[in-house]
Design a protein around this ligand. Structure first.
Ligand code: ATP
Length: 271
């Protein structure tokens, strides 16, 4: 059964004004994000993935076309959409606990009593294994712990949508893998809808129910690949032939687009 459409990119194009002229980044792209989807965007560097995420977040408007949420054009950011960027997105001047509390104390997320807020903070401290570091400052934490704190901050305000731009890129393989499972656990418990940008095809296949391969610029959707594995998922999935078949299929598609983008860049240099 197809679930309800929530976010829709409808014939979206984006051009940026650059010193070298108008750069056509996204071209007439249409796709939907349904309730409960975990969609990964993969594609060559500079193909416009962050641009698309920023449109869903409400930080950017398309040059033409429209991005809607439940049928209404997105006009700006909102507490229903939690955004997590590559940089960890934690405030160095606040303690772990204050970082998690930050979003909860914003007016847009108002309406909760002090006890309710404390219960949410305690729950995420516990879930992310940060309880004994509640009064620590981010600089005293490891990369993985800072990443968990960033996730806790994003989740604490209970956004319906989690929009993530390469959130695990800087982590070592083990921490990354632990973060994947933690993410799947929280999503399973709280039923969120996710858009993730990643350069790791493996990560995309392991986490998503759908992978969008974005083409070289001007970008279109090259292919939408359904990932049929049921949730909850376990690491052993990554050892199966089915997983590897999908991984190499998507990898080949992405490599082709990387090559196309490189060729474009080379032509430009030569011209
Ligand atoms: N505000 C801007 N002004 C001009 N050009 C921009 C602007 N923002 C992005 N670009 C350009 O648009 C293209 C797409 O950028 P975007 O960050 O969306 O790509 P991306 O697919 O997320 O890249 P990466 O995988 O490297 O993070 C890039 O060539 C970038 O330099």
């Amino acid at each position: 059964m197809e679930s309800k459409e929530r976010i829709r990119f409808d014939n979206v194009s984006m051009q940026y004004q650059t010193p070298g002229g108008l750069l056509e980044v996204v071209k007439q792209m249409s796709f939907s994000v349904n309730q409960g989807d975990f969609i990964s965007l993969v594609g060559p560097s500079g193909c416009g993935k962050t641009t698309l995420l920023n449109m869903a977040a409400g930080f950017l408007k398309p040059s033409s076309g429209v991005v809607t949420l439940d049928g209404t054009p997105i006009e700006g950011p909102g507490p229903d959409r939690g955004v997590m960027f590559q940089e960890y997105g934690v405030f160095p001047w606040l303690t772990v606990e204050q970082n998690i509390a930050f979003g909860l104390n914003l007016k847009a997320n108002g309406g909760r009593s002090t006890q309710e807020k404390q219960a949410i903070i305690d729950r995420y401290l516990e879930l992310m294994g940060l309880s004994s570091f509640r009064r620590a400052y981010p600089k005293t934490l490891s990369g993985g712990m800072r990443q968990r704190l960033a996730l806790a901050r994003t989740y604490a305000v209970h956004p319906e949508f989690v929009l993530m731009d390469e959130p695990f890129g800087a982590l070592d393989a083990q921490t990354r893998s632990a973060m994947h499972d933690l993410l799947l656990e929280v999503l399973h418990a709280e039923g969120k809808t996710v858009l993730l940008i990643t350069h790791s095809v493996e990560e995309a296949v392991y986490l998503s129910n759908k992978v969008l391969v974005i083409s070289a610029r001007p970008s279109r959707i090259q292919e939408v690949i359904d990932i049929p594995f049921p949730y909850p998922r376990a690491h052993s999935l990554q050892e199966t032939p089915e997983f590897n078949t999908l991984r190499s299929r998507i990898h080949n598609l992405v490599m082709r687009e990387y090559a196309a983008q490189e060729a474009q860049a080379a032509t430009k240099m030569a011209g």
